[in-house]
Write a protein that binds this ligand. Structure first.
Ligand code: 6LW
Length: 510
């Protein structure tokens, strides 16, 4: 099979996949972003469409107060007796949750807390009698003490009552690499297979597997472990791990998994964060053998345009710790997107920021931004100017932006506690702002060490004016120490700002 890689580009870590008849459904982690846990659908493993989100309303996750990096960690999607299940950790919030749905496009249930299975990366599997097994990694996300990693644990669970039926049992801890996690349990032939990730989600990430004749173990490790890892190779896709196995349409097997594409001369910075990849798997002597993960980008790049004509926002837009509807509307001013800031900006926990995952290494976003005028009443207070524009974001302490208040255009970079800004006079009226992400110029200063260059621009009198050209490495998963990825889009930092259109387009570097 000619499988594209990345399979689902941009911030889409911890993929889990289930095959139901001829249909495949895949879910990924979203942390503090909402709507949460996208569900992607495919019939051929090649073409994927997002059909909904598990988390589409208040109360399903404790997102509002969740710290950066907390929230929806590592969903497992499964199907049993006519029902779809997603087991997930709402890290540093509600804890271990199970959501159910009859239609994977939604609506999903409110999420049942499972008592007695504290950890991360919860998997669900059922034996022939219908007993449900929850297998998970014993990391305590309540204390967040990563040194207290408890190996792979398992409990039988009552999925109606929401509780474990026994004390957690240790089932396996991998080959001794750090952070045994991401367990998935499968029945194939005579064996139950327990596949896990170990080595940590960074460059040493790998996949190992054990098997036994009962879902409760004992499990014996594969002598060939790890069965997959990019560590110490020069492959363009690194950090590969956190896999889930699935049968392919032609009767073979594949593994979906997360990976990163670090760039720069020292291959140190991954702009897009952890993405979903796929690789083929064969079976030898009752053990899976995984092919190395090969880069195979889709041809032709991508283009997205939103003219905000629909009352409902496109499902690819995401927001931080609240749903887009809390501050974004296409109905207040039909045919335009309006964003209202309640006084918070990009440095705050709940910015009026509406973004999309950056999917390509080379990408341009642009929008027509109308901050109104002090007289138009769009400002938060009488006579005050509104302000808004475009931003590229990792978290509240790592973002580049360009915005206008109608009088001035301001480009700004925030990297941890370091901040710088650049200004230019605004032409008056709506202004087109642009953010261009491009390959670093080889041999130009230090830029060859970086992942990419990010240019903050405004179109004034038909001319593109660049206010700042910034080093992209500071907006990478490694620099931000982030589990998410680059998200870019529109924001308001003061008052109400209107956007007539938004465009993004991208391609992989040649
Ligand atoms: C996830 C863990 C991991 O729960 O990172 O890649 C955590 N591995 O398995 C968050 O994505």
């Amino acid at each position: 099979m000619n499988l594209p890689n990345p399979l689902i580009p941009g911030f889409n870590p911890d993929p889990s996949i289930v095959k139901v008849g001829a249909d495949y459904y895949l879910a990924t982690s979203t942390f503090e972003y909402l709507p949460g846990i996208p569900v992607y659908h495919s019939t051929d493993l090649v073409t994927w469409a997002r059909i909904g989100h598990v988390v589409d309303r208040e109360g399903q996750l404790g997102s509002r107060e969740v710290p950066t990096l907390g929230g929806a960690w590592a969903p497992t999607i499964r199907f049993h007796n006519g029902l779809f299940y997603v087991a997930v950790t709402d890290a540093m919030a509600r804890g271990t949750l199970v959501f159910t749905a009859t239609d994977p496009a939604g609506p999903w249930s409110d999420g049942l807390v499972i008592e007695g299975a504290i950890g991360i990366d919860q998997d669900l599997a059922w034996d022939e009698d219908g007993t449900a097994y929850m297998t998970y990694s014993g990391l305590d996300t309540v204390t967040g003490n990563i040194n207290d990693h408890g190996g792979i644990l398992q409990v039988r669970v009552d999925l109606e009552a929401g509780k474990a039926l026994e004390e957690p049992r240790s089932v396996w801890s991998g080959t001794g690499l750090m952070f045994p996690e991401a367990p998935h349990l499968y029945k194939r032939g005579d064996y139950w297979y327990l596949m896990i990730a170990e080595g940590g989600t960074e460059r040493g990430h790998s996949v190992s597997i054990a098997r036994g004749t009962s879902p409760a173990g004992p499990f014996v490790g594969n002598p060939a472990n790890p069965i997959l890892s990019a560590r110490s190779t020069d492959r363009p896709i690194q950090n590969t791990g956190h896999g889930d196995l699935v049968e392919t349409p032609d009767g073979g097997w594949a593994m979906v998994l997360l990976g990163m594409r670090p760039k720069g001369m020292t291959r140190a910075f991954s702009a897009l964060g952890r993405e979903t990849f796929i690789t083929t798997v064969t079976w030898e002597d009752g053990w899976p053998v995984a092919e190395p993960v090969i880069l195979n980008p889709r041809e032709g790049g991508f283009a997205f345009e939103d003219d905000f004509a629909d009352a409902e926002l496109d499902g690819g837009w995401i927001a931080v710790r609240r749903f887009p509807g809390a501050f974004a509307s296409t109905e207040k001013d039909p045919g335009r997107l309006t964003l209202s800031s309640d006084g918070t900006g990009l440095d705050d926990a709940r910015p009026a920021f509406l973004g999309r995952r950056q999917e390509s290494q080379v990408e341009t976003i642009s929008a027509l931004v109308d901050a109104g005028s002090p007289e138009s009443g769009s400002g938060a207070a009488a006579g005050e100017r509104s302000s808004g524009g475009l931003a590229v974001r990792y978290d509240e302490a790592h973002h580049y932006s360009i915005e206008t208040d109608g009088a001035t255009i301001t480009a700004r970079a925030r990297i941890s506690s370091i901040e710088q800004s650049w200004t230019h006079a605004a032409p008056g009226g709506p202004v087109e702002l642009r953010i261009e992400t491009r390959e670093p110029e080889r041999g130009a200063g230090l830029s060859h060490l970086s992942s990419d260059t990010i240019a903050l621009q405004a179109v004034i009198d038909g001319e593109t004016v660049t206010l700042a050209e910034l080093d992209g490495r500071y907006l990478s998963a490694e620099t931000a120490a982030s589990f998410t990825g680059r998200v870019s889009g529109v924001f308001a930092s003061r008052g109400t700002v209107a956007f007539d259109w938004f465009r993004s387009s991208g391609r992989e570097p040649s």
